[in-house]
Write a protein that binds this ligand. Structure first.
Ligand code: ADP
Ligand code: MG
Ligand code: ZN
Length: 474
């Protein structure tokens, strides 16, 4: 067995309205090359002007992770030729990043361990290239060119693929909570490169590392790292350790394996130098404090523990609810207003999580959710009808009453109509009636289910129950 050593480099798109050095919109999903200008296209004669909002958000990020904010930092040029980079250099921070140090805690064998950060620096995103299959050309979309990023670089402190994923999840939630990024991996606003090496247990000397690029979900991070642990440990075990070379490997999601992209020998020389077009960034203590005002003070682990304690949730439930800032916030706001927060959690986990993960709109607010739960609890809406209302509130929004009207789920308390329906159902199900009389509670549920199905969930459950009982006594 070898010790696993992992360090991550994470690129996060900051939530600014405009790009890092020009006024172009950062809105995701626009038609290709519609959000561009001479500056972000790198045309000759243009000058960049730094976006203050981006600097504030980078300072916030440093605050969230306990980094030191440097009073003086600087932009440099990283020179390389590639079609995604029309200027032939990327503006990034090199020797003087805006934030140094800091860390994020993860759990290791029941203990909290600090995963230290090396640095957080700002840079501009290059454009996006697409290589259509079976075509002789590639396409370039420069909408992304110049979008402000922070790159967060960790020390090689992570010890397993699972730990790397836990770290990333904590990082994502904290950035979301602090309003720095919406961290949508599927939209590319959070991207991760993973560095990994193995070493003999007990030694302090780190092994040769491999960098894995092109990983686009947390699940893939775990898979890619596990695969690389296996590849490297097989080589070491069979005395072929020299075959582990410092290189960049690409994760192929479809094939589930890493492929060598380039070795360190042909590592590029980026000829970094200070960008003469941009002044150094000088920050006063006042500016730093203003940018870090009202930062969330809770860490991801503290939030999960609080959810377990104050809402009576299991570790798994609390983890699911706190992994995402949107759900955690909904839980906090609705949980406060309910005498039994567990019920709120159950609704969010059983009905909401799936909708949320499918990327459906998120339009429900805490007070509306509470109105819905009250309506169910007071018997004004059956559980199955409430599920339909919940889904609509989540995706479309609106009030509980309006949604009930629109979906035609007004409760049917018309006794005569229900009595007739129940008489019919009872007559059609002699088997169930016999079982109920023999004391089988499940059979009663079956009849209730039949009534709800026939009425599309609109029967008042209390009245229906009373009517079934009355029918059985005949
Ligand atoms: P580079 O300048 O080539 O990008 P860095 O020193 O900045 O290299 O390291 C990049 C990342 O690799 C960091 O996250 C760091 O923690 C990680 N790293 C460095 N050495 C190792 C190693 N031996 N094993 C695993 N990860 C490592
Ligand atoms: Mg690096
Ligand atoms: Zn522009």
């Amino acid at each position: 067995m070898y010790d696993i050593v992992i360090g991550l480099e994470i690129h996060v798109e900051m939530k600014t309205k405009t790009k890092l050095f020009c006024g172009c919109s950062t809105e995701f999903g626009a038609a290709p090359n519609t959000q561009v200008c001479p500056v972000c296209l790198g045309l000759p004669g243009t000058l960049p002007q730094v976006n203050k909002e981006a600097i504030s958000l980078a300072i916030r990020a440093g605050g969230v992770f306990g980094s030191t904010i440097q009073p003086i930092s600087q932009f440099s040029r990283k020179n390389y030729m590639y079609p995604d980079l029309p200027k032939a250099y990327q503006i990034t921070q090199y020797q003087e990043p805006i934030c140094i140090g800091g860390g994020i805690e993860v759990m290791r064998e029941g203990e909290r361990v600090m995963i230290r950060l090396e640095r957080i620096h700002m840079e501009e995103d290059p454009g996006k290239l697409m290589h259509p299959e079976y075509e002789f050309f590639s396409l370039a979309d420069y909408n992304r060119s110049g979008i402000p990023l922070i790159e967060i670089v960790t020390k090689p402190d992570l010890r397993s693929p699972e730990e790397a994923v836990e770290f990333l999840k904590a990082l994502r939630t904290q950035l979301e909570f602090a309003g720095i990024s919406d961290c949508r991996m599927e939209q590319g606003s959070l991207r991760c490169d993973a560095n990994i090496s193995l070493k003999e247990p007990g030694t302090e000397i780190l092994g040769t590392r491999v960098e894995i690029k092109n990983i686009n979900s947390f699940r893939e991070v775990q898979k890619a790292l596990e695969k690389e642990v296996k590849r490297q440990s097989d080589l070491l075990r069979f005395g072929e350790g020299e075959k582990i070379v410092q290189e960049t490997r690409k994760w192929d999601t479809g094939k589930g394996r890493t492929i060598s992209m380039r070795s360190k020998e042909d590592a590029e020389d980026y000829r970094f130098f200070d960008d003469p077009d941009l002044p150094v960034i000088q920050l006063t203590q006042g500016q730093i404090e203003a940018a870090q005002a009202d930062l969330p003070t809770e860490t991801a682990i503290q939030r999960r523990e609080r959810f377990q304690m104050s809402y009576g949730l299991s570790e798994e439930e609390a983890t699911k609810l706190t992994e995402d800032a949107v759900l955690a916030r909904l839980m906090d706001q609705a949980g406060e207003g309910h005498s039994d927060p567990r019920k709120v959690a159950t609704w969010i986990l059983t009905e909401g999580l799936c909708l949320y993960r499918s990327g459906e709109g998120f339009r429900v607010d805490a007070s509306t959710l509470l109105v819905l739960l009250e309506t169910v609890e007071s018997g004004g809406l059956s559980h199955s009808a409430a599920k339909q209302v919940f889904e609509s509130l989540w995706k479309i929004g609106g009030t509980v009453d309006d949604t009930i009207q629109v979906l035609g789920l007004q409760q049917n308390s018309d006794q005569d109509e229900l009595t007739d329906l129940i008489a019919k159902i009872v007559a059609e199900n002699p088997q169930a009636i016999a079982e109920i009389r023999a004391g089988n509670g499940k059979a009663f549920g079956f009849l209730m289910g039949a009534v709800m199905k026939e009425t599309k969930g609109t029967a008042n459950p209390k009245i229906a129950k009373a009517l079934i009982e009355a029918e059985l006594k005949r």
